[in-house]
Design a protein around this ligand. Structure first.
Ligand SMILES: Cc1cc2nc3c(=O)[nH]c(=O)nc-3n(C[C@H](O)[C@H](O)[C@H](O)COP(=O)(O)OP(=O)(O)OC[C@H]3O[C@@H](n4cnc5c(N)ncnc54)[C@H](O)[C@@H]3O)c2cc1C
Length: 436
């Protein structure tokens, strides 16, 4: 077992820091089981970390932090049922490549691929596409190592209530050791990105959502412009990557290097934010690319930021955007990072923000080091008025009672959590405030 003691741990954005007594990385499931059993009997507290890409203090602990970094890979492929069994620590990027060697793929992904599969589903990570649910909906079974040290299987057929709770569970029900993932045949997508006028996007929003497999847009505040992204399946026979030098240059140099310079200038002189948002909008290049699906969903994100993202019923997107624009312009908010809008199909997972509603997700961002609290709080007021539910991995300020009103199965989740972990082995202060 890899053990690091008393070293500061930080999440990706730097919004959370803690000094765990020990960061433990078991090499086998047996080692993991023995470790959790020992923590339970010694009265320790345990949190589990994936890639540390959540903005909220989900992982924060001064006691034991467990990482499944050494428990990665595909264990089993069931071709007849289009399912694979994957170890919980598997990084999405690695999963994509391993699936490809089997001629398989995930049906949808978010816009980065460095998360672990267990970490991603635990917060309800999502991509975009009206015919696709969050990543948690791709899960057909979970093996959970519970506080009692038991390895518990759950699926729609077995422990079905537990399954609905475990599909989005913020690491509170135990360690997700393995998941059974529904997969599709490997396929190629055609990616297009271009600058468009926001009024054109909003005028034909429904058509764009319906006519493209995966559609999203980023609106640049203080401007009339968006970066629109379209991903559609192509019939092409899978072959060599058809990317161009220009596309790679755009992703790494313009979207990251130049964007970092723009962002630093806004941090030093926040009054430049509006002008820099315009510069960024005009820098949006028209690019096209065809490649295997998992390689195109993800984009390198080297410029660090803070983020709040809310799920709202899909039909409220236009009014929510109009109110956000009005607020940003009226109050001359110093922000140059775009507002991201995506679309997700409804599901039946108890803590999923998309529970029982076709959804739009709206995300506000602020460059790391620039004040974000006021902006996010006002945006949150707007999201809340339109029945918003926060993304569990992104910043929000909702207390337990407000969350309970927004999640119809809130108390069922709490009941299952209390049954499985009565002593709160897997809780930290943040989660105890919300769920205990
Ligand atoms: C740059 C960036 C881009 C992002 N893009 C998107 C996006 O496109 N779409 C989207 O929806 N979200 C996005 N996110 C948010 C991110 O996908 C989620 O926060 C996700 O949960 C992070 O996964 P992780 O592996 O880093 O998990 P962590 O952040 O380390 O942990 C998340 C939760 O999972 C739990 N957990 C981790 N491993 C296990 C396990 N084995 N068993 C039980 N519980 C476990 C943790 O305890 C914690 O509660 C983005 C975040 C960043 C920083």
């Amino acid at each position: 077992m890899d053990i690091t003691r008393n070293k500061i741990w930080r999440n990706w954005s730097g919004s959370v820091a803690c000094r765990p007594r020990a960061l433990m990385k078991p090499q086998t499931i047996d080692e993991l089981t023995e470790l959790v059993g020992r923590c339970g009997s010694e009265g320790r507290r345990v949190r589990i970390v994936g890639a540390g890409h959540s903005f909220t203090p989900l992982v924060q602990t001064d006691d034991i932090l467990i990482s499944l970094e050494h428990l990665q890979g595909i264990e089993q492929v069931d071709r007849e049922r289009n399912r694979v069994t994957v170890l919980g620590g598997t990084q999405l990027k690695r999963l994509g490549e391993e699936l490809l060697t089997e001629g398989l793929a995930q049906e949808n992904l978010g816009d980065i691929d460095v998360q672990s599969i267990a970490g991603a589903i635990s917060t309800g990570t999502h991509g975009t596409g009206v015919n696709f649910g969050t990543l948690s909906t791709q899960i057909e079974g979970i093996t959970l190592l519970t506080a009692s040290g038991e390895l518990l299987e759950c699926s729609p057929e077995q422990n079905s209530e537990l399954f609905k709770a475990a599909q989005v569970s913020l690491g509170m029900l135990g360690v997700i050791v393995k998941v059974v993932l529904r997969v599709v045949p490997a396929h190629q997508l055609h990616f297009q990105s271009r600058r468009e006028h926001i009024s054109d996007i909003l005028a034909s929003l429904d058509e764009r959502k319906q006519e493209n497999n995966h559609f999203e847009f980023f609106w640049f505040p203080h401007t009339e412009w968006v970066q629109a992204k379209y991903l559609n399946e192509v019939e092409a026979v899978p072959q060599e990557r058809k990317s161009t030098f220009w596309n790679d240059l755009n992703k790494v140099v313009l979207e990251n290097g130049v964007y970092w310079l723009i962002s630093e200038s806004c941090r030093v002189a926040p009054g430049l934010s509006s002008a820099m948002s315009n510069v960024s909008a005009f820098g949006v290049a028209s690019i096209e690319e065809t490649d295997y699906s998992h390689r195109l969903f993800a984009t390198p994100r080297m410029v660090r930021f803070q983020e709040m993202e809310y799920n709202i019923p899909a039909e409220h997107l236009k009014i929510v955007l109009a109110e956000l624009r009005n607020y940003i312009e009226r109050r001359k908010i110093r922000v140059h990072f775009p507002i991201e809008c995506r679309f997700v199909h409804s599901d039946d997972i108890w803590l999923s923000p998309a529970y029982q509603r076709d959804s739009a997700y709206v995300a506000v961002h602020m460059y790391r080091g620039m004040p974000y609290q006021d902006y996010f709080e006002h945006a949150e007021e707007i999201f809340k008025r339109y029945d918003g539910r926060p993304h569990w991995g992104k910043m929000h300020n909702l207390a337990a009672d407000e969350l309970a009103r927004r999640y119809p199965r809130w108390h069922d989740f709490r009941r299952i959590r209390a049954e499985l972990d009565p002593n709160g082995l897997f809780m930290n202060d943040y989660l105890r405030q919300l769920f205990a």
